[in-house]
Design a protein around this ligand. Sequence first.
Ligand code: ATP
Ligand code: MG
Length: 267
Amino acid sequence: LELIREVSLRFPSVGVVMITTDAGPHLFADAMDSGARGLVTLPVSYEELANRVQAAAQWSTGVRRHLSSAGDVFTGPGGTVVTVTGAKGGVGATVTAIQLALAAQASGHTVALVDMDLQTGDIASFLDVQFRRSLVDLALITDISPRVLADAVFSHSTGLALLLAPGEGERGEEVSDRSARQIVSALRSRYEIVVIDCGGQMNGANAAAIEMADTALLVTTPDVVAVRGAKRIVRMWERLQIRKAEETVTLVNRFTRNTEIQPPLIQ
Ligand SMILES: Nc1ncnc2c1ncn2[C@@H]1O[C@H](COP(=O)(O)OP(=O)(O)OP(=O)(O)O)[C@@H](O)[C@H]1O
Ligand SMILES: [Mg+2]
């Protein structure tokens, strides 16, 4: 009875069925007082046991549903997801992602900034953050609850919620496309705007994010090599059915009037 009491206190949604040789009325009342959901007497008949377990399971499902509607699951229509990808390294994808996130924050939205440049992500470095939790901590969790998400996120002094890349780049591989999808879904149900730095290297995780994005930005610089890189990426996304060309937004960074390639040419 002590054990039943402890189980039902610590796990309130678990239905306990007690099996006993003594089925006197006293024991029945005591068992119910301790929190048992059913009582089965020995020798056990299969039917009796099945009935009691099923009744307890039904009760438990009801309680869980009730508890979860009290705020432990994500609800709501979901925020806007913006991915930022570099046409090649160093074109300014990270700076763009950070500035976009800060601008969204400044206009009064709740914003998450995600470093999905899994191997070489440097948002933590740009924002001078030291925090050991990362996307990898969420990668192996099938049901990301708001609490689990909140634990993995760093609340920056700017107000941005940061989900960082792992400190050890090789661990980035642990984030599969499936985990990425789950992480992005969890984030968009919690934040109005989710900005994701996808870096300049494609992998399953950032491809999944780009597929889910409301806006997919491709950052390039106005020079021949970067623009060719951008075209290659747009074609690759089309081939792999990640994103249609007309649904990709190209952003030209570091543009001045003197640069070799002017915007009409890039289009
Ligand atoms: N418009 C800009 N004006 C001035 N400096 C810029 C601009 N855009 C980017 N930079 C600088 O260029 C450098 C590279 O930018 P950033 O790290 O954002 O590029 P990236 O595409 O994310 O590179 P990586 O391949 O390392 O991920 C940084 O030092 C950044 O401050
Ligand atoms: Mg970067």
